[in-house]
Design a protein around this ligand. Structure first.
Ligand code: PMV
Length: 322
């Protein structure tokens, strides 16, 4: 057993296909250079404990869980037991710079970094698919029915085409010459699990019409992939607007998110949409470089933060320094 192991995993923005991805439709997702870091320490004990500055929580997570905010870490430890057949004592220190509940996948990034650090402590360097599988034990407790897109991007990094049912994962090479992505956070913290449940219930009630909305969402993602790789940024922007419209139709927009998307477009964005679960959290906008600063300025009047994103960050890294 090492004395200590440390891992960091990136945040993400979903460019296309959130929610629809939960029911097996494709999504396009990009890792961004904001990180969750977890350090795992060997302790002389028979428990696993965790401390999170961000959640203001500290407690035992295995074999029992003493603080509900940290039980997702306990689920990951149980997942290690199920997948690898053993569990070892540890103290996990979580430190994340990813805003919580903002649609940037903070819980998945923490889950992936915690999994990698905990396994690193036992000098294990698992395959990406094992990492994803174990981290998903944590996500299931938080979200109920995660598609796995957040965990996949935190593990692999880059820009991915993701489809849950067929296990499709393709690294994309976007051509975004002369344009940038902007994110604006409404500051409204929301719960992904609640948003996912709401959308799934609406889909069920809508029946055939719901199926058609999901088919259209799939078509948008397939077209967006072509536009992204061929550099057709005008089309990409319009597809973002369409994707936003469908998310609104499924009930996860709010006046604040509509305001942000509207302000981005008014200030010259090529397109704007909710990113992540909605009901709060963030929007993203696509903008020509020379308009970006103006758009960020316009968004800052309504958002708690707005800035230009760097898509395509590296996936989880186990760091040498601890
Ligand atoms: O808002 P976030 O970062 O929790 O993203 C959730 C993405 C969803 O598609 C809404 C849920 C999922 O599991 O894919």
């Amino acid at each position: 057993m090492a004395r200590c192991a440390s891992a960091k995993a990136p945040a993400k923005v979903i460019l296309f296909g959130e929610h629809f991805v939960v029911e097996g439709k494709p999504a396009i997702v990009a890792a961004v250079d904001l990180y969750a870091r977890v350090k795992a320490f060997d302790i002389r004990s028979s428990i696993v404990e965790a401390y999170s500055k961000n959640l203001s929580a500290r407690g035992i997570v295995w074999p029992e869980c003493s603080d509900s905010k940290l039980c997702f870490i306990g689920e990951i430890i149980k997942g290690v037991g199920i997948e690898l057949g053993r569990i070892w004592p540890a103290r996990l220190i979580i430190d994340s710079e990813i805003p919580m509940g903002s649609g940037m996948g903070s819980s998945a990034s923490v889950s992936v970094a915690a999994t990698a650090a905990y396994l690193g402590l036992a000098s294990l360097r698992p395959s990406p698919s094992i990492l994803e599988r174990i981290a998903l034990y944590g996500e299931r407790l938080i979200h109920g029915k995660p598609s796995g897109v957040d965990v996949a991007i935190a593990v692999h990094g880059g820009v991915l085409f993701f489809r849950r049912d067929k296990g499709v994962l393709r690294k994309l090479t976007p051509r975004l010459d002369g344009v940038v992505l902007i994110v604006a956070d409404s500051g409204i913290v929301r719960n992904t699990g609640i948003a996912v449940k709401l959308v799934l219930e609406r889909k069920k009630r809508l029946g055939k019409i719901g199926d058609n909305v999901y088919s259209l969402a799939e078509e948008i993602v397939m077209e967006a992939m072509k536009a992204l790789e061929s550099g057709d940024v005008t089309r990409l922007g319009e597809l973002m607007d369409l994707n936003h419209g469908l998310l609104n139709a499924m009930g996860v927009s709010t006046p604040e998110l509509e305001r942000l998307a509207y302000e981005a477009r008014k200030a010259g964005a090529l397109g704007a949409k909710i990113t992540g679960a909605g009901l709060g959290g963030s929007i993203i906008a696509l903008a020509e470089e020379d308009k970006a600063e103006n758009i960020v300025k316009a968004l800052k009047r309504y958002a708690v933060r707005a800035y230009i994103l760097n898509p395509g960050a590296k996936g989880v890294v186990v760091e040498e320094e601890c």
